[in-house]
Design a binder for this molecule. Structure first.
Ligand code: ZN
Length: 266
């Protein structure tokens, strides 16, 4: 294909410059992974039953893409598909964390169930967590040309109010210019989602959100990704397990009195 001139070529697409990339796989420390599966084990031991629980994946604020720990909130519903996470719950949990620690996603267990994928309730939870973490994890990922149909260029103190009736956007400069391009910053954020089972299986996705600061243009997407294990030298010690055991006992309780609609849906 031949173009008549360079300006024709330019019009084919709007300019976009990438500034940073969002994670394309989930980096997690051996310690954090061990903790997740240990919770499954402890639930089994303590409650003599497999329960579905959820927690948050945690990172240090200076390395938000690496999961270094699993945070366990109080689980008051331990049934598959009934664990609905609200923004208030996430905010409360974030507040209980040390200042240098942030939530970068969520993890939950399907216990002994051989349901190895995300449910529709899980899908809703992804978006709730993504919305919450967005404010803390967002970073400039691109500068993108704003498509302006009918840009009007005006010179300061040299136009009449009538000139403002023309065009869709008016750019007023102190010196005359003949051409201008507007580029906005696109902020991107991500949220990890991991589901695990007692048998040691796991499935995971990353959810992404990108917002143009000026146009407000929002893109939400997700992809299935791989886990990348990172060795930080830290391992789950006996005292870690003992503390985790106490936590599981207090925070994860079998739901012995589920509301009627839950029983119906089981
Ligand atoms: Zn689920």
């Amino acid at each position: 294909m031949r173009f008549k001139s360079l300006s024709d070529l330019k019009r084919q697409q709007y300019r976009e410059v990438s500034l940073a990339t969002l994670p394309q796989n989930i980096a997690i420390t051996y310690y954090a992974r061990a903790r997740a599966f240990k919770i499954n084990e402890l639930v089994h031991t303590i409650h003599e039953d497999s329960l579905e629980w959820y927690g948050y994946t945690l990172a240090k604020i200076d390395k938000p893409e690496l999961i270094v720990d699993i945070g366990l909130p109080k689980n008051d519903q331990n049934l598959l598909d009934y664990t609905t996470i609200g923004p208030k719950r996430i905010a409360d949990f974030q507040e209980s964390l040390p200042e240098d620690t942030i939530i970068n996603g969520w993890i939950h267990s399907h216990g002994t169930l051989n349901y190895r994928h995300f449910s529709s309730t899980d899908e809703a939870n992804h978006l709730t967590v993504l919305d919450f973490v967005n404010a803390r994890l967002r970073k400039p990922v691109a500068k993108k040309e704003i498509a302006i149909q009918d840009l009007v260029l005006l010179v300061q103190d040299q136009f009449a109010e009538k000139d403002l009736e023309k065009g869709s956007v008016a750019l007023i400069t102190d010196e005359p210019v003949s051409e201008a391009m507007l580029m906005e910053t696109v902020y991107g954020s991500f949220c990890y989602s991991i589901v695990i089972g007692d048998e040691g299986w796991h499935e995971q996705e990353i959810h992404y959100k990108e917002i143009g600061i000026l146009t407000g243009q929002t893109t939400v997407s997700s992809q299935k990704v791989d886990i990348v294990l990172i060795d930080t030298g830290k391992s789950l010690t006996k005292s870690d397990i003992s503390a985790l055991s106490d936590e599981v006992e207090v925070k994860i309780r079998p739901n012995t009195n589920p509301p009627p609609e839950m029983v119906e849906r089981m």
